[in-house]
Design a protein around this ligand. Structure first.
Ligand code: AMP
Ligand code: MG
Length: 470
């Protein structure tokens, strides 16, 4: 595997050399062959198990932990960094694009702050499934190459088998990376980081000076709008949208406490520590906007004059609401197959959402039923009958294909993931996983024979809870 160093020329604060700790008995548990092909990585289980736990290190590149700050639930931590992740280096895909190859759970780092730097098998499997499911849903995300078990227990409540996740990401540049250099006063590094990020993700930006920073912020904002709309289109709740978990590429990262919404309710929260609903399903756009504002703040030192900078940067940040609303409205148009925009469409959408909330209807299954009802006698919940009559008047011959492309028939439901994780924790393997991965790899096709994966949990996930950093 040919690796290259990354981020090392930007600021010495960003990368700190740090060795993973070898593990007792590395065993390749999950391997993403399709993704591996994209990087011409051979499926050599013995080598990969050692390499992807950091038990064998390539001599070419020193592993590093990345430094970053982060607003966690609104509170600023000036020095967070990778407490349980090691960047082994960058690897080029078949198109020559560089991706970070990062291990999560390969031991403590200089940023661990008393944590063990380890990861349990459950969250590792969850990250693998969820990131691959989001990828199949067409949502920007980091990818998962492998999960390797360590042969060691990690000390959680109760102790669990340990595992290391291998994550591939086009970069790990976060809002928190900019906050880190800004608060450390490394203005030269900050400027270089903007250039590096533009080079990786927004190469269309060619202007210089202050205009460059404005365009960069705008591009990041646009990606955040797109990301949150796509999450909300499928009912995804990220659960921990801290600034250290917000990639400027607009890719989803950090799958710890994420979950899928069943019954439609904007206030849905599953994270055990999100008592105020800061990261609820419906608050995700506000938080993305807030995070972009934190990025804007960290760019201020790059401007000659502070007052002018605040004004210019604020006008970009304040554009979030309009951009989001346009994209969000377009999303509902597509989810309902409405041709063009007509006066009463807002009302049509809000009536449906109110009915779904009132009757606790499942988000995915309702939109799937509406979609399929256009081409068969598929049953739509009878409590939507009056609304369906109005809606059908607004559909056309194209509605089915438009709706089918944006309304998943199947999503990675929380209870399915938990069943698979329970199998792994108990038996070290899963009978369900392969079938599940196959089903969620084609989420926008309705297959009658996949019925069991469409079913809801018996308790509607009423008591379901997710956890951070497990
Ligand atoms: P997260 O909520 O997963 O983004 O993690 C927030 C911060 O806590 C990051 O700096 C992580 O590196 C760190 N962290 C999470 N879990 C652990 C762990 N088991 N050991 C050390 N640091 C951790
Ligand atoms: Mg994180």
């Amino acid at each position: 595997m040919k690796l290259q160093p990354r981020y090392t020329d930007i600021s010495e604060l960003l990368t700190i050399e740090d060795m993973p700790s070898a593990v007792a008995e590395p065993k390749l548990l999950l391997f993403n062959d399709q993704l591996a092909d994209h990087f011409s990585i051979n499926h050599d289980s013995e080598f990969l198990a050692k390499f992807l736990t950091g038990s064998t290190i390539s001599n070419d590149v020193a592993p590093v932990a990345l430094g970053y700050s982060g607003h966690q639930f609104g509170h600023f931590s000036p020095r967070l960094g990778d407490g349980r992740a090691h960047l082994l280096g960058a690897i080029a895909d078949q198109d020559g694009t560089l991706w970070d190859l990062q291990l999560k759970g390969a031991g403590a780092t200089v940023f661990s702050r008393g944590g063990d730097g380890r990861c349990a098998i459950g969250p590792a499997v969850r990250e693998y499934i969820m990131s691959e499911a989001l990828y199949a849903l067409g949502i920007a995300t980091t990818r998962c190459l492998a999960v390797v078990t360590t042969g060691e227990m990690v000390y959680r409540q109760p102790p669990r088998p340990g595992a290391v996740v291998t994550r591939l990401a086009k970069s790990h540049i976060r809002v928190g990376s900019f906050q880190y250099l800004a608060t450390q006063g490394d203005i030269e590094g900050l400027e270089k980081l903007v250039d590096y990020a533009i080079n990786c993700h927004f190469s269309e930006i060619s202007s210089a000076g202050e205009q460059r920073y404005i365009e960069f912020l705008t591009a990041v904002l646009d990606k955040q709008v797109e990301l949150v709309v796509s999450w909300m289109r499928v009912g995804f709740i990220h659960g921990v949208m801290n600034t250290d978990n917000t990639l400027i590429s607009g890719e989803t990262i950090d799958y710890g406490p994420c979950a899928m919404m069943n019954q439609f309710d904007l206030d849905t929260v599953f994270s055990s520590i999100d008592h105020q609903g800061r990261y609820s399903f419906g608050n995700q756009p506000n938080i993305a906007n807030w995070n972009v504002a934190r990025l804007a703040e960290s760019l201020i030192p790059l401007f000659d004059e502070q007052d002018g900078a605040v004004e210019k940067l604020s006008s970009v940040v304040n554009g979030f609401a309009d951009k989001f609303n346009d994209a969000f409205n377009a999303m509902w148009q597509q989810k309902l197959g409405l041709a063009g925009q007509q006066e009463g469409d807002h009302v049509l959408v809000s009536e449906l959402l109110a009915l779904m909330k009132q009757h606790q209807l499942d988000y995915t299954n309702t939109f799937n039923a509406l979609t399929e009802s256009l081409v068969s006698d598929f049953t739509v919940d009878c409590r939507l009958k009056g609304w369906v009559l109005k809606w059908k008047l607004r559909t056309t011959a194209e509605s089915y294909s438009v709706m089918r492309a944006v309304n998943p028939a199947v999503i990675p439901r929380n209870h399915n993931i938990e069943s698979i994780i329970a199998e792994f924790e108990k038996a070290g393997s899963s009978l369900l996983l392969n079938d599940f991965l196959e089903v969620i790899s084609e989420p926008y096709t309705y297959f009658k024979e996949h019925q069991s994966w469409y079913e809801l949990p018996s308790d509607g996930d009423k008591n379901y809870q997710t956890f951070c950093g497990t």
